[in-house]
Design a protein around this ligand. Sequence first.
Ligand code: SAH
Length: 345
Amino acid sequence: MINLYGQEIKKLEKLMLDEGQKAYRATQLYTWIYEKHATSFDEMSDISLRFREVLNEKYTLDLPKIFKKQVSSDGTIKLLLELQDGAKVETVLMRYSYGNVACVSSQVGCNMACAFCASGLFKKQRNLEVEEMVGEILVLNNLLREESLEKHITHVVVMGTGEPFDNYDNVMDFVRIINHPKALAIGARHITVSTCGIVDKIKKYSEEGLQINLAISLHAPNNQIRNKLMKINKAYPLEVLIPAVKEYEQKANRRVTFEYILIKGVNDSIENADELSKLIKGCMAYVNLIPYNPVMENEFQRSSDKAVHAFLDRLIKNGVTATIRKEFGSDIDAACGQLRAKSEK
Ligand code: SAH
């Protein structure tokens, strides 16, 4: 069975042609499922009965099931979704003043094994399929529509469990679908993909000609600290990563975001801020500081508010554009680095 939510428009057009249909059937199907929210092929009144039968035989509109729903005091919703094969992933809805942001998982578990992150405690079981990632958004959209008919996801960050660039092709199809005007029409500049720094994929991404935002999990101002925190740095150390970022910025004419978690006594000193400023000199990038969220299984601690602000001030004084990331849903373990399939344990 082919899940319709997994079909990027060109691929769906090809499928329709293979079925002996006209290519425009693809757009027609998009309109039914994404605009009119059809949940069965039988509703699709302008498609012939005969072809609806074919669709029923070969295609599905299955969505992930909500296994558990938690609502934070700040309105953040965290869902534990159950997929077709029983695997479970988390997805988060954050309510910013500018819109509703979905934080999407890209894999079941993660193999990157960053020392500070809860998601990496569970080895990767598999990549998420395109329809499963699209499904994360659609399930959140269904919840939002229950609140009000106008509400929907306006921004997407691929920052949940998993390394998106370790599931590159599926993630690219996913962003193309949610960006498509006849599908979810989420603007490219409202979509952000975050990577721990898989350089060959950053290079590939530079060639895609997409206007999607790219974020890099940097977290350290030098190799010595980054090697301790992130295994990926052994494969792609900073002297390889930073030039690749600059190359991307030039090719795509887009600035990247560097994510930098602040961990007490590890990477949060004023010297570290100076070193970081030097490291990213010549990048158009801006730095998003994330005060560390404690994870039960390790010893790392969050930097004090004072240290966070001193770090920020120093970056700004050095001419670096930087902000502190607003925190959502920490009371339900929905904040950065806290995602995992907890109730599975
Ligand atoms: N694998 C991708 C996507 C995950 S994004 C990546 O590494 O970019 C999730 C972000 O939260 C990453 O920047 C990650 O490093 C950060 N993070 C992980 N654990 C964290 C924690 N305990 N507190 C705050 N941020 C954390």
